[in-house]
Structures are given as structure tokens and as C-alpha cells.
Design a protein around this ligand. Structure first.
Ligand SMILES: NC(=O)c1ccc[n+]([C@@H]2O[C@H](COP(=O)([O-])OP(=O)(O)OC[C@H]3O[C@@H](n4cnc5c(N)ncnc54)[C@H](OP(=O)(O)O)[C@@H]3O)[C@@H](O)[C@H]2O)c1
Length: 291
């Protein structure tokens, strides 16, 4: 007998939440958006390089949730995670499987019932747009990990989600993405430049080098097998995305709160726990945090 496929309750039906919902529903999973008030279903348009697709996601209000949510997908921007989780408060327990689709680290720490399993998703895909229209800028690799075993539904999902991989130890994949985000995002936001400026501008490259060195020192302290060498990895990302506007630069241009607390802030908090300082990261956080 085959197990029934998950019904996901989605917090954050933005760019990433919609992309994930698209592949999950292709694979036969159900996805409902959790909103604060009863609303009509959300019609979404996804623009891929080779096709346009539309998707309709049912919406449920907190009052319509099941007693216990078995599968929760969190794709809110990190500063809004706490507010989003309030919508599902009282409906989670340690059996809930949570899939976190966010940049940065730690946005769910201390916010879930003790013992809750969190699957972490890291993607190098890129989606931009404003609901209901989401444009897939790049479809690259997505890694899932964080559990001792891959979930039983993964193999079925991999048939529909291009280059979706299981990573037994997701931490280094997360850290690599985290360092790229911690260098490219705040520097391009502060100087209001595209990602490629880190390759072309010697002063920015110098700043990037200092940020990478601090991050590598910390991550090596956390795990001595961290390969380091982040500077060349970050430059590679900046080169490959030279014309792009980072999400932090875009947030700052709109006057929106950025994800810096979950990115550089996480590095700084880890450093403080180990009696270390990351002065270049600290100064960037100060420069980008509205007073
Ligand atoms: N877009 C990408 O290419 C990409 C790539 C890799 C990782 N990520 C990460 O994925 C996560 C989601 O990013 P995204 O691009 O999907 O973000 P998004 O479309 O801008 O927003 C996602 C959701 O966050 C909540 N949100 C955003 N702005 C808000 C505001 N001003 N006030 C209250 N809530 C707000 C909304 O949730 P509700 O709908 O519930 O209100 C929104 O649907 C982030 O951590 C991002 O760094 C994104």
C-alpha cells in the first residue's frame, strides 16, 4: 500500500514559496497557503524560460487549519518568520515535518515545538517578481537535508523538480550559500551596485576578502573540516551573477527590512558564543540596520 502524499501548509506564498508549490503539486502533493483571513484561492503565474505556467493555490485561515499540521513549508522572508508562525500557533507539534525554504540560518530556532524535525532547502535557483507573477530567472540545483534519512516522498518529487538533490550533511552547503549571501548581499546593498561590482571594483574586492577571511575563521572554529577558501567561491558567484541585483540591495532600494540578521547576524552570534569578534561583518550590520 502506498502512503498518501503530503499536504503542505505554506507560509509565504512569494517567489520561492510559489516555485516550491509548483513542483510539489506537479508531484501530487497538496499545498494550501495559510493566510490571516479567509481569502479566495491565489492564482499564480510562473514564467519559465521555455514556458509559462499557472497555478491555483487554495488559501486557509488559521481558523480552518487541522488540529495538527503534518507538513509545514516556511518560505517567508526571514524578518517575517515570527509573524508568519503566529498563524499556525497551536497547530504544530514535534511530529510536524517542517521544510524551511529561506536564506540565512536560525530563523526557526526556538520558534518550533522542541524536537520538531526541520528539513532545510538550499537553492541556487532564482525567482523574482511580485505576486501573482513570478519569473524564474535561473533554475539550478536545490539541495534538501537536515534529517537522518531522506523523506519517503523525495524520490517521487525528484521526478518533477529539476536537479533536486539529497544532501546527507547539509551544513556545508548551507554555509557556502550563507557566506556568499553574507558578502555579496550587504556589500552590493550598501554601495547600491550589481553583484559584478565585487569583481570589478578593487575596494569592494578587498572588503569581500576581509569578510570571507572572518567567516572562514569562524566556520573553521565551528568545524575544523570546513574547507575555507570562501573568497574564490564568492568571486565565482559574483562573476556568474554579475548583472543581478542582490535581494538585499533590492530590499534596501524599496526601503524594506533586509535579511541581514539571519545572514551576517547569524555569523556574528555564533562568533560571540565562541568569544570571537567579526569586526567587518559587525560594521556592515551596523551600517545597514536602520537606527
Ligand atoms: N527569490 C529567490 O530567488 C530566492 C533564492 C534563494 C533563496 N531565497 C530565499 O527564500 C526566502 C523567500 O524569498 P522570496 O524571494 O520568495 O521572498 P518574497 O517573494 O519577497 O516574499 C516571500 C514572503 O515573505 C513575506 N513577506 C515579504 N515581504 C514582506 C513584508 N514587507 N511584510 C510581511 N511579510 C512579507 C510574505 O509572506 P506572506 O505571503 O505570508 O505574507 C511573502 O509572500 C527568503 O529567505 C529568500 O532569501 C529566495
Amino acid at each position: 500500500m502506498t502512503e498518501s502524499l503530503p499536504h503542505w501548509y505554506l507560509l509565504g506564498a512569494g517567489n520561492m514559496g510559489t516555485l516550491a508549490a509548483w513542483y510539489l503539486t506537479r508531484a501530487g502533493h497538496a499545498v494550501s497557503v495559510v493566510t490571516n483571513s479567509p481569502t479566495p484561492p491565489r492564482h499564480k503565474q510562473l514564467i519559465f524560460s521555455d514556458q509559462n505556467a499557472s497555478l491555483t493555490l487554495p488559501c486557509v485561515s488559521p481558523a480552518q487549519l487541522p488540529d495538527t499540521i503534518a507538513y509545514l513549508l516556511v518560505a517567508s522572508k526571514t524578518p517575517y518568520t515570527e509573524a508568519a508562525l503566529r498563524r499556525v500557533s497551536g497547530h504544530l507539534n514535534s511530529t510536524t515535518q517542517v521544510l524551511r525554504f529561506q536564506n540565512g540560518m536560525g530563523a526557526l530556532d526556538g520558534r518550533l515545538p522542541p524536537g520538531t524535525n526541520v528539513l532545510e532547502a538550499i537553492t541556487t535557483s532564482a525567482v523574482k517578481g511580485q505576486s501573482p507573477q513570478h519569473t524564474i530567472v535561473a533554475e539550478n540545483t536545490t539541495w534538501l537535508g537536515g534529517l537522518s534519512q531522506p523523506p519517503e516522498w523525495l524520490a517521487g518529487l525528484q521526478r518533477h523538480w529539476p536537479d533536486l538533490r539529497w544532501e546527507a550533511d547539509i551544513r556545508f552547503v548551507q554555509w557556502k550559500k550563507l557566506v556568499a549571501n553574507a558578502v555579496i548581499n550587504p556589500l552590493t546593498a550598501l554601495h547600491d551596485v550589481p553583484n559584478g561590482a565585487l569583481v570589478d571594483d578593487p575596494a569592494l574586492q578587498q572588503a569581500a576578502r576581509a569578510l570571507c577571511a572572518e567567516a572562514d575563521t569562524l566556520l573553521t572554529t565551528l568545524d575544523s573540516s570546513w574547507p575555507g577558501n570562501s573568497f574564490s567561491a564568492v568571486l565565482q558567484v559574483a562573476r556568474a551573477t554579475a548583472g543581478n541585483t542582490s535581494s538585499m540591495r533590492a530590499d534596501r532600494q524599496r526601503g524594506a527590512i533586509t535579511e541581514i540578521e539571519a545572514i551576517n547576524g547569524w555569523l556574528l552570534r555564533q562568533a560571540q558564543r565562541h568569544g570571537m569578534d567579526l569586526p567587518t561583518h559587525r560594521r556592515l550590520i551596523e551600517a545597514l540596520t536602520p537606527t
